[in-house]
Design a protein around this ligand. Structure first.
Ligand code: NAP
Length: 687
């Protein structure tokens, strides 16, 4: 039968290395769509102070003993295994009121986020335990004193508190960057949907991939958990602004300056550009996007569109088109394929949404949908938390207040009209900071004015038009490589954003000292640190190569014939290489100069050791700068130094970064860059 869940399960918390039940029978958690008891939950009697200590003492050291790539590979293995088990999660997902499509965002979106972090970390971060950030700062003329910013994992525990609406994604998007950073986690899902998070954590722990103490879960009330956080811990919170404010000012967090990241609610806007008149593709895309955002997860998405901001001239057409689409939205049991929209997460939530709509209706009118009735394709209206999508219209949005402040966390949005672009931006800003806004326009001038106006108030802005109609990821989807979070009302937090998110769980430290000692700390060679020149470093496999291995080449003269040959051969006959008078008239040159790429090519000719060997390939250069012009007759030489070694965990080679400095006969640096190569771990290669 549609909507029947599994028998009520007593949920457990995984703390201090074991699955533990709270005292007593636990409180019932109801199936959102059927009203049946789905699970029993409670944490009474669990020792959260000991759980935090166990995470710090056991999980922290184990994670920090691994490199970033080792940790990322662990997450990859977990993500792949979870994907295999996704049908179990989908079955549990229905109890939350979410349809299969809704569940896709949470379940596969969550696992995909974990996998994206695992892969980006291996591509974008070195395979080390310490991260260096930015360039070395030379602080003395003689290279005896320099500085480097480094990042190391915090030594505490990250407590991740989540909202009910993304029980899988919400947890995975938080633990992925934390574990890659090398910090253990305690996750605390919202009680209402904790059964799904608990199931996923159970499956993760059953895999036996994570070290002991790396991941714990508190299933039920957080009790006194936050009373025991200390200075090296991090607390992240996703949920309502009111709970967030309360937790942010809890005594232990204030007393120990605990890093606190808040992702709260927000009154996200979507703006229709003045150019996007009825009949344009942008108008139709806008209508579709607003309907989708109002009805996906029954509108219980932190990024859902709450305010629909449209040009005065198009308001009536928009109201008509949107109302028509909303009226065609089928509502029913989440596992019924005929239902486009499932249930809200609980009857309590539905009551709350209804009372919020009543507040909004003091200054707006309901133009589509009703609070009193809903047509269902399946399910029972008294038992499940079903409601029809409700569209309001606010006539005087510049002076209205509730519409910019009250979040009805359900399938509810309000349409409001603007006179010009400035007013559209002013209306969006009245939300006092949001996670995301979107703009539908095909006009670059409109895009520039509105996006720049919105940016300071938002963590993300999406521009939709006909060209991206098929490829756009949509208004409501936070993505692993992009920042999620917004200022002000949205909580002022920032999550994900690719590798930026990993750094939220590390301490940035400026380290000053001699280059030699800085190099010992970071494992990277830097200017002024000692170097060795014995065997040509290209003859060394990763097993033999050391940071600081160096070759200084013979000199090579650059002649007029070289430059003319290069010009003719490549077709680069830019006047500064070919025409003496024209070159002299250029403010940078005294005469004809050699091509920069000729210098880089000659440099390779000088430092390369040609015979087959452990250096397998050159895959690029970073930070190439031509610093001094090279004239005919100048003599170049190269100093190539092994700067950083990154063995790949699951390959027989690794990446080596070489500091390459090209100087002339006066020891002036003419070119400086990093050469990037792939080098075999052993040589000859294993058959
Ligand atoms: P909520 O009531 O504020 O609860 C959020 C979390 O805080 C839950 O895990 C809750 O646990 C926990 N909590 C409550 N009191 C606590 C305490 N004293 N100590 C420790 N933890 C405590 O929010 P919700 O109803 O679950 O979620 C809906 C709201 O979240 C909406 O306003 C939505 O906009 C917002 N949201 C924001 C984002 C975002 O990324 N910005 C994402 C999703 C949702 P219990 O459930 O056990 O009480």
């Amino acid at each position: 039968m549609k909507g029947t869940g599994t028998a009520a399960r007593r949920l457990e918390s995984y703390v201090e290395g074991a699955w533990r039940q709270g005292e007593g029978d636990g409180k019932p958690v109801l199936n959102a769509a059927t009203g049946d008891i789905h699970a029993l939950i409670g944490t009474e009697g669990l020792d959260f102070k000991a759980a935090l200590e166990w995470g710090r003492a056991t999980g922290g050291p184990a994670l920090r003993s691994m490199t970033i790539h080792e940790r990322a590979l662990m997450l990859k293995a977990i993500g792949l295994q979870l994907m295999e088990q996704k049908e179990d999660f989908y079955r549990e997902n229905f109890a939350t009121g979410a349809t299969r499509k809704d569940g896709w965002i949470d379940i596969e979106g969550g696992i995909g986020t974990l996998l994206t972090f695992a892969s980006k970390a291996r591509r974008e971060l070195p395979n080390t335990k310490v991260l260096s950030e930015g360039a070395v700062e030379p602080l003395s003329r003689d290279n005896s004193f320099s500085a480097q910013h480094i990042l190391t994992p915090l030594r505490g525990v990250a407590v991740h508190i989540n909202a009910f609406n993304f029980p899988v994604w919400g947890m995975l998007e938080k633990i992925a960057p934390t574990l890659i950073a090398g910090m253990p986690c305690v996750v605390k899902p919202a009680s209402q949907t904790a059964y799904l998070t608990e199931l996923v954590v159970r499956r993760i722990l059953d895999l036996g991939i994570l070290p002991d103490g790396a991941l714990q879960i508190v299933t039920g009330s957080a009790g006194d958990l936050l009373d025991h956080v200390i200075e090296q811990d991090v607390v992240t919170f996703t949920g309502s602004a009111s709970t967030g404010q309360k937790l942010k000012s809890s005594p232990a967090i204030l007393q120990h300056s605990v890093r606190f990241t808040m992702e709260a609610d927000s009154l996200n806007a979507s703006i229709l550009g003045e150019d996007a008149a009825p009949g344009t593709e942008e108008f139709d895309l806008f209508v579709r996007e607003v309907q989708r955002e109002m009805t996906v997860k029954a509108g219980q998405k932190c990024t859902a569109i709450r305010r629909v901001i449209v040009p005065e001239a198009h308001e009536n057409a928009l109201l008509e088109a949107l109302s028509k689409r909303l009226a065609s939205t089928t509502v029913g049991l989440p596992d019924d394929d005929n239902a486009r929209m499932g249930a809200l997460v609980s009857l309590k939530d539905r009551d709350d949404v209804r009372s919020k709509v009543t507040l909004l209706a003091n200054e707006s009118e309901i133009v589509s949908g009703s609070l009193d009735s809903v047509d269902l394709v399946s399910g029972e209206a008294e038992k499940g938390a079903f409601m029809a999508p409700v569209l309001l219209r606010c006539e005087k949005p510049m002076s209205a207040e509730a519409v910019h402040a009250v979040e009805a966390f359900g399938p509810v949005a309000t349409v409001m009209a603007y006179r010009d672009g400035e007013e559209a931006v002013a209306l969006a800003q009245k939300g006092r900071g949001s996670l995301v806004s979107s703009l539908f326009t095909n006009d670059g001038t409109v895009a520039r004015e509105i996006v720049i106006g919105l940016a300071a108030y938002h963590g993300r802005v999406l521009i939709g038009n006909r060209r991206s109609a098929k490829s756009s990821t949509g208004h409501g989807s936070p993505l692993a490589p992009l920042v999620h979070g917004g200022p002000g009302r949205a909580g002022g937090g920032e999550e994900m954003g690719g590798m930026r998110g990993v750094k939220h769980f590390m301490q940035r430290t400026a380290v000053q000292g001699t280059p030699e000692l800085l190099s010992a700390v970071t494992g990277q060679w830097l200017e002024g640190a000692p170097a060795r020149s014995d065997l040509h470093p290209f003859r060394k496999s990763l097993a033999e190569l050391k940071v600081g291995d160096q070759i200084v080449t013979e000199a090579r003269e650059v002649t007029r014939e070289d430059v003319e040959h290069f010009a003719e051969f490549t077709g680069d006959t830019f006047y500064a290489h070919m025409d003496s008078d024209a070159a002299k008239a250029n403010p940078f040159f005294d005469d004809r100069v050699a091509h920069g790429y000729l210098i880089a090519s000659f440099a390779a000719g000088l430092f390369v050791d040609p015979a087959p060997g452990p250096v397998l390939a050159n895959y690029g250069v970073d930070n190439l700068r031509f610093l001094t012009p090279v004239y005919f007759g100048d003599s170049l030489k190269v100093r190539l130094t092994c700067k950083e070694i990154n063995p790949r965990e699951n390959a027989d080679h690794g990446e080596v970064r070489w500091d390459c400095q090209v100087t002339n006969q006066k020891d002036e640096v003419v070119a400086q860059y990093d050469v990037l190569t792939m080098v075999a771990k052993t040589w000859p290669l294993a058959a």
